[in-house]
Design a protein around this ligand. Structure first.
Ligand SMILES: C[S@@+](CC[C@H](N)C(=O)[O-])C[C@H]1O[C@@H](n2cnc3c(N)ncnc32)[C@H](O)[C@@H]1O
Length: 221
């Protein structure tokens, strides 16, 4: 990640040296808000690959709950809300969440500051649709198994997890933020009780994966 005026690499290194692996996100959002650089991953629109899939499967959120992990500036959350989902969207950055509320003053999305590594217990198993868009890959690689376990754990029976990430082969080394994921790391979703229902690979600047999982429904018989 690079930006004309902010040395993102240095912000990351400094935060990691302070043992605050998520510490640099708030700094990027706060600086961008003050006109210093921009948020390198924010395009102020819902992710087109997500929107394509929503249209393909005719996703309907009526009477369903969705959660957006690391929601950034909120466009994906708003798109899910427009489908009828009751949406909770969280990010560790208070500035990002303030910006979401300022950008979407009429929103029905419940935008919250929360740390993926320390989520409210009531959220576990509570969502019909979980969106994970480029958060796992922005955290230290060693946290991968843990954060995938947490994200998978948000899914209700019969609920889905939609993952967008950079992709690599399992035998390719992971080269630094954003850490590309391979089938080896993605398998942690299945280890946590989900079933992969769709896997697409595509290029958009870099190799990317679009992966969908479902938690089996509870058999009522
Ligand atoms: C690369 S950005 C992606 C943002 C958005 N999902 C998108 O794709 O545009 C990663 C996001 O995750 C958030 N984040 C990082 N660590 C987090 C944590 N531990 N808990 C919650 N959010 C976190 C960051 O603040 C940032 O908004």
């Amino acid at each position: 990640m690079s930006d004309d005026r902010v040395d993102v690499g240095k912000l990351i290194r400094d935060a990691w040296n302070r043992d605050e692996p998520a510490g640099w996100f708030e700094e990027i959002y706060a600086r961008a808000k003050n006109g210093e650089g921009r948020v390198p991953w924010a395009f102020m629109q819902p992710e087109p690959t997500l929107m394509d899939w929503i249209n393909e499967v005719k996703l309907d959120g009526t009477d369903k709950k969705a959660i957006v992990v690391g929601c950034g500036l909120g466009d994906d959350a708003e798109a899910l809300s427009a489908l009828g989902f009751a949406v909770t969207a969280f990010d560790i950055s208070p500035t990002a969440i303030d910006q979401c509320k300022a950008r979407f003053p009429q929103t029905t999305v419940d935008f919250q500051v929360a740390d993926l590594l320390n989520l409210p217990e009531a959220w576990a198993g509570n969502f019909d649709f979980v969106l994970e868009h480029r958060t796992i890959q922005a955290l230290p690689f060693k946290l991968c198994e843990k954060v995938i376990g947490i994200i998978a754990g948000l899914t209700a029976p019969d609920g889905q997890v939609f993952v967008l990430c950079h992709g690599r082969d399992p035998d390719e080394p992971a080269r630094g933020i954003p850490w590309a994921l391979s089938s080896k790391e993605l398998a942690y979703f299945e280890k946590n009780g989900l079933k992969q229902t769709q896997f697409d690979e595509y290029e958009s600047g870099v190799r990317r994966f679009r992966v969908v999982y479902r938690r089996p429904a509870i058999n009522k018989e």
